[in-house]
Design a binder for this molecule. Structure first.
Ligand code: HEC
Length: 193
């Protein structure tokens, strides 16, 4: 009997507590709010499991035509959020989760640039399918399969020297939207009489 009461109590009470929490106005919803406890682990666990299940490989080589085509796609479709080297994208920095700057070396390990330490098939999966609830779009309908691999192979090799044609595309690309320069100091208030 006590067990049954406890069960009913739990079935009613738990949703009520959850509802109260959701409607109380304290749930982190703004970009600058702190993360939920263990949010990153909770979100990445199912994503990684799915990618492990579906990840495929490619026979395409990281040769000059592939890297150059990848650089072009990156500057046209991705730099807006993921930035160029030394030109961070303010839009990606101000998202939650933020869009990582994929052409910058990692602070704790400068031999890694962006996702160059991830298997190329993992990056291909993410670009093809997008990542739900993060703002990372799916490019399935915007890029054909060759283009999806080109940009993925380009990112997988971002820590290696790029062919001159790819460098030229990257250097000439317009800088992604940046943060506003700090505002000029406010004018002196007019003295009141
Ligand atoms: C509208 C902004 C936006 C655009 C445009 C965009 N992305 Fe993303 N991307 C994101 C965000 C936000 C994340 C972070 C997702 C997360 O943390 O799970 C992300 C994550 C990724 C990741 C995973 C990074 C990691 O550390 O695992 C890869 C790879 C990636 N994007 C590649 C691309 C490529 C390639 C393009 C262009 C074809 C592109 N993205 C365009 C917003 C964007």
């Amino acid at each position: 009997m006590r067990f049954l009461l406890g069960l009913i109590f739990g079935i009613v009470l738990v949703p009520l507590v959850v509802l109260a929490y959701l409607t109380y106005g304290n749930v982190p919803v703004a970009v600058s709010d702190p993360p939920f406890p263990h949010e990153a682990q909770l979100v990445h666990m199912p994503l990684n499991a799915r990618i492990q299940k579906e990840m495929v490989g490619t026979h395409m080589e990281p040769d000059q035509p592939t890297l150059t085509a990848g650089a072009r796609i990156y500057t046209e479709r991705c730099a807006f959020c993921h930035g160029l080297h030394n030109k961070p994208a303010a839009i990606g920095d101000n998202m939650y989760p933020d869009a990582p700057q994929l052409l910058e070396a990692h602070r704790n390990d400068p031999s890694v640039v962006g996702v160059s330490d991830d298997p190329v098939g993992e990056t291909y999966w993410k670009v093809q399918n997008g990542i739900r609830l993060t703002g990372m779009p799916s490019f399935k309908t915007q890029l054909n399969d060759t283009e999806l691999w080109q940009v993925s192979i380009f990112l997988a090799n971002a820590n290696k020297p790029m062919p001159p044609a790819a460098l030229e595309i990257l250097n000439r690309a317009p800088a992604p939207p940046a943060d506003a320069p700090t505002h000029p100091p406010a004018p002196e208030p007019i003295a009141q009489q």
